[in-house]
Each structure stands twice: as structure tokens, then as C-alpha cells.
Design a protein around this ligand. Sequence first.
Ligand code: FES
Length: 154
Amino acid sequence: MLTAEEILQIEHEISLVPKRKAACIEALKIVQHNRGWISDESLKDVAGIVDMSPAELDSVATFYNLIFRRPVGRHVILLCDSISCWVMGYEEIRDYLFTNLGIQYGQTTEDGRFTLLPNACLGTCDCAPALMIGNDLYRNLTVDQLDEILSKYS
Ligand code: FES
């Protein structure tokens, strides 16, 4: 069940747009911010508030890859998996993360620290390869930087 505070925040987002549905992503983000991910129950609750069916909202949530429909680690690593990064050394970064975190895409480390996801272009192609952890964007990456970057996230 959504909290009163969550409902209040969602209603505020709805007040800013012409139709309740138009606030659906912001509503999901509010819930995800509090709970880490969007469970089926949360999805149903949000759908009711934004006047959508759960299936309709789920298709939006699934399309939008920053909405997590499964539990994730404390930190989500989004590794850019698009053309400029492919050209500029993406594979080396990906393989290093796979090996050193002991996970593949879509998985979470055993200690719950990191989830690793591929992501379409992070919008910084001129500084490829790139990845994001939470709100932090790392550009011009080299494998040598990864240990230090990862150590910032406990
Ligand atoms: S292709 Fe990686 S940031 Fe654009």
C-alpha cells in the first residue's frame, strides 16, 4: 500500500500535467525512490491513482528502463551499450565488471551492493565509453579507473 506521503507527492505531480496519466512515470519514480523498485502491488496502486490499468502502466514501466520491476542492489550501474561506446572500449569495461563483480547483466552482487544493467546511449558519446551509477555519470572511462570508482559506493 502506498503511504500518505507518496500519494500526496503523486497528486502534486498530477496537478502539474493536463491528464492524470501524464504523471505516470513521475509517480513510479516517487515510489521507486522510496522503495528501490516497483513491485506488482505498488504498480497496481499507482495505476489506480493515475487512471490506468495495471497492464497499461506496466507496459510503460517496462519500456522505461530506469523503472525497476524487480529488486535491485543498493547501487545500479548503467553501462552504456551503444555504438560510440562500443567503438571506444566498452567491451573491456563490460568484461571487467562482469569478472570483478561476478555478475552478468540483469544480476545483483551477492552482497546486494550493485546491480548491473546495459543502457542505451547515455548522451555523452563524445566522451565514450560511459557509465552511470545512481546519478553519477562517468565518462572517458578506462578499466584502470573502475576499482576507484566502485570503491565510492558501499
Ligand atoms: S553511445 Fe555511449 S554515451 Fe552515447
